[in-house]
Every structure is written in C-alpha cells, then in structure tokens.
Ligand binder design. Structure first.
Ligand SMILES: C[S@@+](CC[C@H](N)C(=O)[O-])C[C@H]1O[C@@H](n2cnc3c(N)ncnc32)[C@H](O)[C@@H]1O
Length: 360
C-alpha cells in the first residue's frame, strides 16, 4: 500500500502566519487523520495537498517521507522540490511563478486596463505621473520608431505608445498578461506590435544590438535576479542616442507604505536593499543614490532620476480619495502634490518609485 509518513515537529498553536488551508491540514494530521483519507480522486486537489505538505515541511513544521508513496505523488513532490531549487539559484523566478499565481487568484484586479477593475483609476493616475516626466523626452522620438516595453504586463504603456504610432515590442514572462495585452492591442486597432513570452534576464537572446529607439521598463528590472545585468542587456539593444525609461521600487518609500513587508525582514532590507521572498515576490529596493550607482556602473553618462509615487501607493497614500480618482482635475492635483514632494528635500528620498531617464 502506498503511504506518506509524516512526523510533526510543531503542533498547531505554536504555528503563526500559516495560510488557512495549511492550518486546517496540520490540524487534521496532528489529530491522527491518515493522509490516504485526505487524498481525493481529483489529481489537481492532490497536487494542492502535496504542495501544502511541502510548504509545511519547508517551514520545519513537519517532515515527510514519501519513499513508499505512489509514483505520481513522488513525481509531484520532486517537481516542487526542483522548482524550489531553481528559485534559490535564480530568485527572480519567484516573480515569474508568483505573477501567474496572482493572476489565477485576482484576475479582475490585475486586468488594470479594464475600467471595471478596482485598480483602473489608481493605475491610470500612476501612469500619468510617469508620463508627466517621460513626455518631454518622448517628444524627441519620431512617431514610427521602435519601442521595446520589458515586463510590460497588460500593456499599460505599450497600448498608449502604440496609439501614438510607435512600433511596439512587448516582452513579459507572464502568459496571462500577454493574452490580456493582446486583447487591448486588438481593441485599440493597433497593428504594428509584437508580443514575446520571455524572461528579461535573457533579453539579448531575442533582439540584435541597437534595435530600439527607446526602451520602457516600468516596475520591471527591480524584480529580476540581477537588475544590473538586465540593465546592461537593455543598453545593448538600445540604439546610440536612444532613451531608456526605467522605474524601480524606492527603499524608504516602500518600507513606509507597503503593508506586505514583514517586520522581521526590515533589517535585511535596510542593509542589503533586497527583500528575499515575500508572498512569491522577490524585490530589489533602491535609494536614489544606489539606483544612480548601478546606472553609472553600466557606463551611462547621461541620466536623470525622478522620485515618484509619493502619494499613490506611497507613504502619503492616505491623501488619496479613491472616489475622486475618476476626475481628471483631481488626478492633475495629485500630480501637482507629487512634484511638491519630489522637490522638498525632506520628502524627496521617500519616493515609492524612482524613474530613471537614461540616454545611451
Ligand atoms: C509590476 S508589473 C509592471 C507591468 C507594466 N510595466 C506596468 O507598468 O503596468 C511587473 C511585470 O513584470 C513581469 N516580470 C517579472 N519578472 C519578469 C521577468 N524576469 N521577465 C519578464 N517579465 C517579468 C511580470 O509578469 C509583470 O507583468
């Protein structure tokens, strides 16, 4: 008979912060329920069950011996283990897996170009803030130029750029994001675009050197395993004299405003600038100075870094009235506030996001 032997190190009650499904499972097995009784006829449910057991094992709460279990369960367990090992070697992979998982849970929230999405106006305002700084540079780029958008998601920027007449290449590691982006390219009757399911870590495998007149990478490279390496590759595929518009998460602004950052990770983040993994997300955070340093290390001589998103999703997010966000005049007012925070020395470093405008 196939069995999974489980040794329990910590009983429920000593275990904090477990997802509900894992709490229930731990409760059942702590009370002597044999795993065979929990197995379902549905293979997907069994994958979920093994996944939960695997997570309990990773937290040191139980130990599993699957040697005498069924071949299928052994395969699932080994596959989970090998994904984990790859994520340890390449932490950016957590984001690739994590984004798809989030899509499967919060589709409507993530489809930010759908006016019915709860985030529609917030993400629109955030785009308007970025575009406020980018637009003067974009004016210098002829309208049929080639623009690359890396980690472009559902096309928040790519669609607007496509509508302005640019030829768009959008790269993202999430298949769902690309499918949603395709919907908006079609809806907006944009013809000159290409979508690539690819990892930005290897962006130079896709394109020849000096292909693009401009590169957008909004909230993207800070989620790569090695942002500096990605930046070097992005510079390679940009034409001489071309622009890169890249934004990354701000260290102090994120610490002050991101409710997901746990207290026990604060010291690590402040000393290394990295949040190892939290809810499937691996993030590099930057101060204005540390962002400037990696840009300069990549040989860039001409760059400007703007602090943004002090208000939406930043330390002053309490100032936002979600109801009023649909009013253009209100969004304009928030952009005015943003400029004020950015130009006030006491607040400047508290940007939630840094936008680097880089000339090659
Ligand atoms: C915060 S979203 C930003 C999306 C878009 N740039 C925007 O501003 O709306 C980050 C995006 O980066 C993508 N991403 C994360 N890691 C990636 C990687 N290694 N390669 C390609 N895309 C990646 C995610 O799938 C997600 O769509």
């Amino acid at each position: 008979m196939s069995t999974v032997n489980i040794k329990i190190y910590k009983k429920l009650g000593y275990v904090d912060n477990l997802p509900k499904s894992e709490k229930v499972l731990l409760d059942l097995i702590s009370n002597g329920m044999p795993l065979e009784r929990l197995m379902q006829s549905s293979p997907t449910r069994n994958v979920k069950l093994i996944n939960s057991l695997y997570n309990l094992e990773k937290r040191g709460i139980i130990s599993l011996n699957i040697e005498s279990s069924s071949p299928v369960l052994k395969k699932i367990y080994k596959a989970l283990h090998s994904i984990d090992q790859s994520c340890i070697k390449e932490p950016g992979m957590n984001n690739i897996i994590g984004w798809e998982y989030e899509w499967s849970k919060y589709y409507n929230l993530f489809d930010i170009l759908d006016p019915h999405s709860e985030q529609y106006y917030l993400k629109l305002l955030e785009k308007e803030i970025y575009m406020y700084y980018i637009s003067p540079y974009l004016k210098k780029i002829k309208t049929n130029a080639n623009i690359l958008d890396v980690g472009g998601g559902v096309g928040r920027f790519a669609i607007e750029l496509g509508r302005r007449g640019y030829k768009i290449s959008l790269v993202d590691a999430s298949e769902t994001s690309l499918k949603v982006a395709l919907k908006y390219f079609i809806k907006n009757k944009i013809k000159d675009f290409s979508l690539y399911l690819h990892d930005i870590d290897n962006i130079d495998d896709l394109f020849m050197n000096e292909t693009f007149d401009a590169v957008f990478g909004i909230e993207a490279i800070c989620y790569a395993t090695n942002p500096e390496k990605v930046l070097r590759k992005l510079l390679k595929v940009t034409k001489k004299g071309g622009f890169l518009f890249l934004s990354v998460e701000g260290l102090y602004g994120s610490i002050l405003s991101d409710p997901q950052i746990p207290i026990d990770k604060m010291h690590d983040i402040l000393t290394t600038g990295i949040l190892p993994i939290q809810k499937n997300v691996f993030t590099h955070y930057y101060t204005k100075d540390s962002f400037r340093k990696i840009v300069e290390k990549c040989g860039v001589k001409d760059s400007t870094i703007y602090g943004t998103h002090y208000v939406p999703e930043g330390p002053f997010n309490r100032l936002i009235d979600m109801e009023k966000l649909r009013l253009k005049s209100y969004r304009k007012y928030i952009i005015k506030l943003e400029k004020w925070f950015a130009s006030t020395p006491a607040f400047n470093e508290l940007a939630r996001s840094w936008l680097g405008i880089i000339k090659k």
